[in-house]
Design a protein around this ligand. Sequence first.
Ligand SMILES: [Zn+2]
Length: 185
Amino acid sequence: MTESVVKGGAEGRWYDARAMAQALVLNATYEPLSVVPTRRAVVLLVREKAEVVHTDGRRWASEHTSVPVPSVIRLLHYVKVPFERRVPLSRRAVFGRDHGSCQYCGRAAENLDHVLPRSRGGAHTWENVVAACRSCNARKGDHTPEEVGLRLVSAPQAPRHHGWLLIGLASPPHPSWRAYLEDTG
Ligand SMILES: [Zn+2]
């Protein structure tokens, strides 16, 4: 394999524009954790906080060290994912989770619906927000689903699918990430 060398300066500056990409970070358990600039992934390698899982063959070199330019790295120590790291609740994310269909009747959704209405103390959380069609949303109003004879197709949950990490990602995911981002259930 031919390796081209990407030169880094003494302060770890990054010179190769092609390398201004992103790397997938896996937890020690191989679960996808986040996406970081490749530069940040290189720092984790240099500091021996992570190991290379996949590289495109190039190397990053500074005065003192040289590491592969990674597209996937794995942290050497397990990181417990805090609550705050959950996927932010947004209309786009909820519609994505609910496949754009009304969670009461299955038709095309147009609104976000609070299962327990906000006026009744319902929270704005993944567990209480669903996609709904205009008709079901209007029918519910300030009622609970039971009060107006509606039933959720399933209990709403915060997304666990790893692919959710990619929401808002500017560029397409690197092909080497695919194996780690597929739904593991
Ligand atoms: Zn509906």
